[in-house]
Design a protein around this ligand. Structure first.
Ligand SMILES: Cc1ncc(COP(=O)(O)O)c(C=O)c1O
Length: 374
C-alpha cells in the first residue's frame, strides 16, 4: 500500500545538502551585502568564518583555517598544488572523488613518485600499505561509495610526510583525530547544509612549514597562491581571502555554525555527529528488516553515516524508476547513486537531515520497490 505520511523535507541530496531545520533565509545577517569584503565589516565576518570553525570543531590552537575559492575542490587542489612534489605521494582511491585526486596527481601534476593504493566501490584499500614517509592523499568519507575510514589509528603520530585529507562529507559528522591530519578540506554545502562556492582549508603547523619551505616547480595560478614574496600570506588565515567571496554565502555559513553550536556542538549528545549517527540508524534498521536492500559498504565499521549508499535486488532500470517515482511523489529528491558508482540509492544522513524524515521515507522505499517489481 502507498504510505500516506511523507517526509516534511524531501531533500536527501548528498550535496548541496538539506538546509538546517528551521532555516530561514530572511533571518540571515545581511549587513555585509553590498559592502567590500575588505571593509572592517567584511573582514570581521570572514575572520569569524575561520575562528568560529576552529572553535566549534575544537581544532588544536596551532591549526590554521582559511576560506578559499571553489568549494572543496578548490581547497584540496590548492593544497595538492602547493604542497605536493617535495616527497613521494601515496594516494588512496576507493570511489569517484578519490579517483579524481589520483588523476590530478598523476596526469596533471605528473609527479614521478606516486603509489596509487586502490580498492573497489564498497571497500577500503589496504591501509597497512601506506608509507607515511610519503605524503598521503585520501578522502575521509567516500561520498560516492558510502565507505569511510573508521578512525585515524592507521596514521602514525610521528610521520615523515604530510597527510592531506579531503573531509568534505565527513567533517562535523565524524570524529576527526586532528593531530593525524595535516591538511583538512571541506565545503559548506555538506554536513552543515551551507552553500557551495567556497572551500575551507585547515592546515597543521607541519603543513604551514612545508608551505613556507617548499616552492613547487610549476606555475601557481592566482586562486591557488598562498604565498606572497616567498612568505606565507598570513592574512589568508584571518579572513583576507585571495579573491572576492560571496558574502551571502559567508553569512549563511555563520548561521549554520551558530545552529551547530545551538544543538550541542559537534560532539555533544544531541550535536551534529549524534544526529548523523541517529540518521544512519534509521536506515540500518530498515535494511535489517528487508531482504532486498543492502549497504554498498561491506564492513559495518566503514559504513558512512552521511552518504549512505545502498544496493538493491533490482536492475538498473528498476532502480532508476524507483528514484523517479519517489521524486514524483515529492518524498525524496536526488537519491540516485552517483553516476559512476554501482546502481543503487544514496541517501544523505548528515546533521541537517531529520531522523523523523528518514523514518517517514523508509516505507516509501518499500512501496517504490514493490511498484517497480510489478
Ligand atoms: C569526497 C568529495 N570530494 C570532493 C567533492 C567536490 O566538492 P565540491 O563540489 O564542493 O568542490 C565532493 C562532492 O560531493 C566529495 O564528496
Amino acid at each position: 500500500m502507498q504510505p500516506t505520511l511523507k517526509p516534511n523535507n524531501p531533500n536527501f541530496s548528498s550535496g548541496p545538502c538539506a538546509k538546517r531545520p528551521g532555516y530561514d533565509v530572511s533571518k540571515l545577517e545581511l549587513d555585509t551585502l553590498g559592502r567590500s569584503h575588505r571593509s572592517a565589516l567584511g573582514k570581521k565576518a570572514l575572520g569569524l568564518a575561520c575562528s568560529e570553525t576552529a572553535r566549534i570543531l575544537g581544532l588544536p590552537a596551532d591549526y590554521r583555517v582559511a576560506v578559499v575559492p571553489a568549494s572543496d575542490t578548490g581547497a584540496i587542489e590548492m593544497a595538492m598544488w602547493s604542497l605536493l612534489g617535495a616527497r613521494g605521494v601515496d594516494v588512496l582511491e576507493w570511489e569517484t572523488f578519490s579517483a579524481t585526486w589520483t588523476n590530478d596527481i598523476v596526469e596533471q601534476l605528473k609527479l614521478p613518485d606516486v603509489r596509487v593504493i586502490k580498492a573497489d566501490y564498497g571497500v577500503l584499500p589496504d591501509l597497512a600499505r601506506v608509507d607515511f614517509n610519503n605524503d598521503v592523499v585520501f578522502v575521509w568519507n567516500g561520498t560516492t561509495s558510502g565507505v569511510k575510514v573508521p578512525d585515524g589509528d592507521w596514521i602514525p603520530d610521528a610521520r615523515g610526510g604530510l597527510t592531506l585529507c579531503d573531509a568534505t562529507s565527513a567533517i562535523f559528522a565524524m570524529d576527526m583525530p586532528w593531530h593525524k591530519l595535516d591538511v583538512i578540506t571541506y565545503s559548506w554545502q555538506k554536513v552543515l547544509g551551507g552553500e557551495g562556492a567556497h572551500g575551507m582549508l585547515i592546515m597543521s603547523p607541519r603543513a604551514i612549514q612545508r608551505l613556507e619551505e617548499y616552492n613547487p616547480p610549476w606555475p601557481m595560478p592566482k586562486v591557488f597562491r598562498m604565498k606572497s614574496g616567498g612568505k606565507v600570506s598570513e592574512g589568508l588565515f584571518k579572513g583576507e581571502t585571495i579573491n572576492t567571496p560571496s558574502m551571502l554565502c559567508v553569512s549563511d555559513y555563520l548561521d549554520a555554525l551558530k545552529w551547530a553550536e545551538s544543538i550541542g556542538g559537534v560532539k555533544g549528545s544531541t550535536g551534529t555527529i549524534a544526529r548523523s549517527e541517529a540518521n544512519l540508524k534509521v536506515i540500518e534498521d530498515f535494511v535489517a528488516a528487508n531482504d532486498w536492500i543492502f549497504f554498498l559498504a561491506k564492513d559495518k565499521a566503514t559504513r558512512s553515516n552521511t552518504s549512505v549508499c545502498l544496493t538493491l535486488k533490482a536492475n538498473e532500470d528498476q532502480v532508476k524508476k524507483m528514484v523517479e517515482l519517489l521524486d514524483a511523489e515529492g518524498v525524496a529528491y536526488d537519491i540516485g547513486a552517483y553516476k559512476e558508482a554501482p546502481a543503487g540509492l544514496r541517501i544523505w544522513c548528515g546533521a541537517t537531515v531529520e531522523a523523523t524524515d528518514l523514518q517517514a521515507l523508509m516505507p516509501w522505499l518499500g512501496w517504490a520497490y514493490n511498484e517497480v517489481q510489478a
